[in-house]
Write a protein that binds this ligand. Sequence first.
Ligand code: NAG
Ligand code: NAG
Length: 419
Amino acid sequence: MFNKGFKCTAVVRRLIPWIVLTKVMLVLYCLTATRQVNISPTQEKTCPLSVAKTSPGNITGSPDSKQDCSPKVNIMFMKTHKTASSTILNILYRFGEKHKLRFALPDRRNDFCYPQPFLCSQVKDYRPGECFNIVCNHMRFNYQEVSKLLPPNALYVTILRDPVDLFESAFHYYQKIIPLTWSISGNNKLTEFLNNPEAFYSPEAINSFYLKNLLFFDFGFDNNLKVNDPRVMKEIQYVSKRFHLVLIAEYFEESLILLKDLLCWSMEDILYFKLNVRRTSSVSRLDPETRAKALQWNWADWKLYEHFNATFWERVEAYGRTRMERDVKELKRRNAEMRATCIEGGDAVEAQRIKDTHFKPWQPIGEKSIMGYNLRNDINPERRSICAKMLTPEIQYLSDLGVNLWVTRLWGWLKDYIL
Ligand SMILES: *[C@@H]1O[C@H](CO)[C@@H](O)[C@H](O)[C@H]1NC(C)=O
Ligand SMILES: *[C@@H]1O[C@H](CO)[C@@H](O)[C@H](O)[C@H]1NC(C)=O
């Protein structure tokens, strides 16, 4: 698992048992959860459209949509890592809660046994044949299984981000749980790694997938395909066949407008505050040469991104450029209004300055780089609840939705107080 010449520092020696212990615990938990359902003699059934909830009840059509349509409620959001997907998750949670939709939620932790491929048995209270409206937590995508949970008219959506920035972000966020990076010396580990990735990387090592084509991995594909491997294009075609809309994090507002259009939702439904954002001082700016190396290293992800960036702009074109500009402007205006209403000081603050633990975001090991918000004290009561929901980080929201997160909390406790 380690490279030759790897030197165990005191810190690393202290980390290993905890990481191994936690991993073993998570794997054991996933195995027991899976076995329970496998024993059941009922054969796996798919959710039929006839019993699925397909309309949110009272609301009819989105008021600012031209065509007559009714809001869509059956949604698969494939939550990719480090792509602003937490912000989308918050939007989905609020919509689902407001319209009393049924979420397929993970059990005891905040993901579906990631990085293992998704199985229905990982869903909280799952019974074969049951129907859900929304699936949106972290998973390693597995269409065969996901499709059993949702009615056949469900819409599949995901989000991609420039693979270079994603790589930088994942490297920063996960390096403490990727043993491969521990042996890299120097104070710029990322550049060091990219100068000679093969010297450090091994596909079999624990958590190595965070370091190479993480998007490809999240979609359930082989993340170690070589440059120019024809299977890369085949997998990209697969994504375009399965997903009705692929959002692009760099064009976040435009993405939300396309999402709203696809789902026939209202502008109010897609208002947001950026969640899980890293303070800029912790983001490494990469020079062009390093960027080129990162691209080459994440070639499959790069091809994926390039393809869907192109189709994204075709869709913007089809939507109408001017119409898009107008809608983005309106979205920004209403978001600014919400920020002024809800957020103390109108902007994100460093983790140490967040007063209420309910609004403190999850942090990577040994860091406090993820920013958060304080709720204003003087909000009128009707606005208070929506403001609070918009500011609630992913883990706390999941807990509010009824998931008992003991595995995640235990890991959080080890991470914050022991490591
Ligand atoms: C639908 O309308 C009824 C009566 O107006 C109300 O009690 C109920 O909460 C509404 N349901 C939703 C989902 O908004
Ligand atoms: C994405 O598409 C836009 C519009 O065509 C283009 O300006 C931009 O350079 C593209 N980005 C990448 C990384 O291909």
